[in-house]
Design a protein. Structure first.
Ligand SMILES: Cc1ncc(C[n+]2csc(CCOP(=O)(O)OP(=O)(O)O)c2C)c(N)n1
Length: 558
């Protein structure tokens, strides 16, 4: 059947279950928009900034079985979206980004907005696929989804020259590739079971690749819990994946990641075996490559990850298993727990007791604004078992990690590279993907104005996130770093922010706005936010700058 390349591309997206695409329109791909408007099966979510569109696609790739998809215009459009590619690449999140390009006849002339994407995107994508031949347009889409979703998932860019869309082709729609899964080798499984049986103080880290498996098969959550219970193992989700294991389950061994409290990490360091199931072991997780130490870990390390390239890239594991983390868990369950698993009970209980003590909902009062701990603890009371929580980057996030006891069934989304401007778009994507379900976004006054404009996108498409802004009137995190690195030096002026009335700002979009200035207003304000279910709500919290994070207070130099 003869059709335009634009039509073929749109049908190829549809064949890959793309039901919504995030974009900022550009003249370089109006041909594709034109074809999509005929089909009616793909909702075009028109955003306010390509960074926002990109982060929505990153979030969508964590909320559904297929890569999230966005389209950006060439040059300025793609440049704006780079942060989302950077985040998806580091976070092993599947994403397909379609990029407009100058006409083929102008390639290499530095025509208006031309960029060389193979060069520019080489460190933020798994692959850049340039479509030159009309007949290969559909194959390019199938390849892009396959590469984005397989092995170590990640972003793939498909570059589409402007003159391509109206050309005719007889090529058929190339169908999606089946998901390829690997299980553990029998010998490796036996070695792992043996190492676990001998270990008295194992640590089990679980991370993003296991979460990706759980999107395909929800049983991964229950299987992980069974493994923990039957094999008497402490489970430590990494800090961006708290929903992998209930924080109140007796086998929860404390989280691993950024700023693990000293009491917790010093106990964890007594481990005699570390098994990482689906966690990449980045610098934040490995405590700046000190636990486990890079390149030679100080304790036996087993690394399970779906791609052999990643295993051994930084650390030398004693055992590497290039397999789906869920397949490894299922295989261990089939093997059966060792008879002496109970010997680990005291170790598991000890780790959990430290975690429970740290999780206690306690904080000191503050006089320069509300302690953000009070707000987060109040939000926790209202969170539904299937709620989604997103965080932007900043110290306000430490309160979320400390005070919210995440459960399996809830969803946590954030940028693994700590990109400001991710929290709002991710929340918008979540409310569009999961209409009617609670979505709460936490952000600072800095991040709120970096991508807060996407609240307009939520309004336009009927999303209803609750946006909680901690307004401490500064880039607090960097103030803290300045203070720690240069004690006694002034930092307040250089980190200071002049902010709008965020409640009035929200109302100007047609959203709801609530202001919390004192401790007395916390309970009512948060309850009111959760009662509004039909439109976005912004809760403007005037918070303490003295309470620098959930763990640290500012004490002026004496
Ligand atoms: C896009 C981007 N720019 C800059 C930074 C560096 N940075 C990290 S946290 C932070 C301050 C965040 O301030 P705010 O949103 O007010 O939250 P707070 O730290 O005060 O809680 C900055 C500037 C970053 N992580 N991402």
């Amino acid at each position: 059947m003869t059709r335009s390349v634009a039509r073929l591309l749109a049908e190829s997206l549809e064949a890959h279950d793309v039901d919504q695409v995030f974009c900022v329109p550009g003249e370089s791909y109006v041909g594709l928009i034109n074809a999509m408007s005929d089909m009616n099966s793909i909702r075009l979510i028109v955003c306010r900034h390509e960074g926002g569109a990109g982060f929505m696609a990153v979030a969508d790739g964590r909320l559904r079985k297929r890569a999230g998809c966005c389209i950006v215009s060439r040059g300025p459009g793609l440049s704006n979206s780079l942060v989302s590619l950077h985040s998806a690449y580091h976070d092993a999140t599947p994403m397909v980004m379609l990029v407009g390009q100058v006409e083929r006849k102008d390639f290499g002339r530095q025509a208006l907005q031309e960029q060389n994407y193979s060069r520019l995107l080489s460190d933020v994508t798994k692959s850049v696929i340039e479509v030159i031949e009309p007949d290969q347009a559909s194959e390019a889409i199938a390849r892009a989804f396959h590469l984005a979703e397989s092995g170590t998932p990640g972003p793939v860019a498909v570059v589409l020259p402007e003159d391509l869309f109206d050309e005719k082709t007889d090529a058929e729609v190339d169908q999606p590739r089946p998901r390829v899964l690997a299980g553990p080798r029998a010998d490796d499984l036996e070695t792992l079971a043996d190492m676990l049986a001998k270990s008295e103080r194992p640590m089990i880290l679980v991370g993003g690749a296991l979460l990706a498996d759980a999107i395909y098969d929800n049983a991964a959550f229950g299987d992980l819990q069974r493994l923990a219970e039957e094999w008497v193992l402490p489970i430590s989700p990494t800090h961006r994946r708290p929903q992998l294991f209930d924080a109140t389950h007796p086998n929860y061994g404390g989280y691993m990641g950024i700023r693990v409290p000293p009491a917790q990490i010093s106990e964890m360091k007594k481990a005699d075996l570390m098994v990482s199931i689906g966690e990449r072991l980045t610098d934040t997780v490995s405590q700046s490559y000190s636990f486990p130490a890079a390149p030679q870990p100080q304790l036996p390390l087993v690394h399970v990850w779906p791609d052999a390239n990643e295993i051994g890239r930084v650390f030398r594991p004693d055992l590497g298993i290039a397999a789906s983390p869920h397949e490894v868990i299922k295989a261990l369950l089939k093997t059966g727990a060792p008879a002496n698993a109970e010997k680990r009970r005291a170790w598991v209980n000890g780790l959990h007791a430290i975690h429970r003590k740290l999780l206690a909902k306690e904080w000191e009062p503050t006089t320069d604004g509300v302690n953000f701990a009070a707000i987060v603890c109040e939000v926790d009371k209202h969170l539904a078992p299937d709620a989604t929580v997103t965080t932007d980057a900043g110290n306000f996030g430490s309160f979320v990690h400390r005070y919210i006891g995440f459960k399996q069934g809830q969803i946590f989304l954030s940028s693994v590279v700590g990109a400001m401007g991710s929290g709002m778009p991710m929340a918008v994507a979540a409310t569009l993907r999961r209409p009617g379900k609670q979505v709460v976004a936490f952000m600072g006054d800095g991040g709120a104005l970096m991508a807060g404009n996407e609240i307009a996108t939520a309004m336009q498409y009927g999303g209803a996130p609750i946006v909680v802004i901690s307004d401490n009137k500064m880039y607090g995190t960097i103030g803290m770093h300045h203070h720690v690195r240069y004690p006694g030096r002034p930092f307040q002026e250089s980190m200071k922010l002049t902010n709008p009335d965020f409640a009035a700002w929200a109302k100007s979009f047609g959203a709801e706005g609530i202001t919390i200035r004192t401790d007395d207003e916390v309970a009512d304000g948060i309850a009111r936010a959760f009662s509004i279910k039909t439109k976005p709500v912004v809760v403007h919290c005037h918070t303490s700058a003295v309470q620098m994070s959930a763990w640290r207070r500012y004490s002026p130099p004496s």
